[in-house]
Ligand binder design. Structure first.
Ligand code: NAD
Ligand code: DAU
Length: 352
């Protein structure tokens, strides 16, 4: 079996669901269930004995060691993190605690367990760490996309915490020989993404007839990847990646935010006739320290592992809009309670 951390969040839950669609190998899912963790994401696995859910913190070394010695997983895939840049600007402490200190505790427990392994168990063990393209900083308009050899230059507390974690992972491989692999991926979108991130926030607001708050001039560029394609890349890195390597993962889909939002409005109008969301677009105060452009050069993972995204932005966004329209109950559940406090803190008086 494998141990997945953060498997109740957006990418982690998609990974667990896809994993169990593709294989019968069981998953232990360790998740703290922060505001971003949602067992509703895994409702279809309720009676599935291949999925073992444990509520807990990756920073709890004793708990992790207990799970490792009890279940003896062949791999750890670490998704657990605080993941939202705007939250890291309002309150960085949780990002340091989970993304740096928590990743350190998880790595150290993994090393303790790995040291006890012999034979095939030792040869097969892998620690896959899921990271972000934001560790590389911001690109000038004409600069080449990020490759694995770009220097790290993180600009937000979130990206700095992820960069720190990546360095710790690297050091555990270099110093102790722990067989680690790191993926640095671009912006994901798709089903089950919490509506604090651009695409689901815009969808939620559009459906509610609320303003669509585009930061600054809307010209910031991201490289969008459908979440299922990211999950496929991680499975390939786990099975075929070379320990000690990092792999950049991206969607070949560099798009300015304003164009993402306009496309979303158009697709929403196509799938929900009569919905005219474009008129709701509102330009609001920019994010502090807002990185202008990210873009990924994914040629290494394509060349070495044969991975390529299967969805275009157009096809992925159509699937995403359809999922949100079909899952109004999911959206209503995650936007009750605490969600409203976050919206009023981040958007202050600018957006009702
Ligand atoms: P998310 O915020 O949706 O989910 C994070 C999950 O981690 C939640 O289920 C949460 O409960 C859990 N968690 C948080 N702190 C924990 C702790 N201390 N112990 C155990 N569990 C904890 O995040 P996501 O968007 O699914 O991102 C997953 C990973 O992928 C993160 O490491 C993120 O940095 C990385 N990543 C995300 C994107 C993206 O576009 N969303 C892109 C590249 C990389
Ligand atoms: O690049 C990978 C990263 O992508 C991941 O590591 C992060 O976990 C993930 O959250 C994401 O970070 P971003 O900051 O790029 O994603 P977000 O969805 O928050 O914002 C995308 C762009 O949209 C960004 O330029 C800010 C802008 N934006 C966002 C929000 C929430 C707006 O214009 N308005 C908004 O309300």
């Amino acid at each position: 079996m494998i141990l997945v951390t953060g498997g109740a969040g957006f990418i982690g839950a998609n990974f667990v669901l896809d994993w169990l669609d593709c294989s019968d190998e069981p998953v232990i899912n360790l998740d703290k269930l922060t505001y971003a963790g949602n067992l509703g994401n895994l409702a279809s696995l309720k009676r599935d004995t291949r999925h073992i859910f444990v509520r807990g913190d990756i920073g709890d070394r004793n708990l992790v060691l207990h799970l490792l010695s009890l279940y003896r997983p062949r791999a750890i895939v670490n998704f657990a993190a605080e993941s939202h840049v705007d939250r890291s600007i309002h309150g960085p402490a949780d990002f340091i605690a989970t993304n740096i200190v928590g990743t350190f505790a998880l790595l150290d427990a993994a090393r303790g367990y790995w040291n006890t392994l012999t034979g095939n168990e030792l040869a097969q063990f892998r620690f896959v760490h899921i990271s972000t393209d934001e560790v590389y900083g911001s690109l000038e308009p004409a600069a080449a996309p990020f490759s694995e050899t770009n220097a790290y230059a993180p600009n937000s507390p979130y990206s700095a915490s992820k960069a720190s974690a990546d360095h710790l992972v690297r050091s555990y491989q270099h110093t102790y020989g722990l067989p680690t692999l790191t993926t640095n991926c671009s912006n994901n979108y798709g089903p089950r993404q919490f509506p604090e991130k651009l695409i689901p926030l815009m969808l939620y607001n559009a459906l509610a007839g609320k303003p669509l708050p585009v930061y600054g001039d809307g010209g910031n560029v991201r490289d969008w990847l459908y979440v299922g394609d990211h999950c496929a890349a991680i499975r390939m890195v786990l099975e075929q990646g070379r320990p000690g390597e990092t792999y950049n993962v991206g969607g070949n889909a560099e798009i300015a935010n304003i164009d993402v939002v306009r496309t979303l409005c158009r697709v929403l109008g196509e799938q929900k006739p009569g919905c005219d969301a474009e008129s709701l677009i509102t330009f609001v105060k920019d994010r502090a320290g807002h990185d202008r452009r990210y873009a990924i050069d994914a040629s290494k993972i394509r060349r070495e592992l044969g991975w390529e995204p299967s969805e275009t932005f157009e096809s992925g966004i159509a699937r995403t809009v359809a999922w949100y329209l079909d899952n109004a109950g999911w959206l209503a559940a995650v936007t009750s309670g605490e969600y409203k406090n976050w919206i009023s803190l981040n958007y202050a008086a600018e957006v009702a």
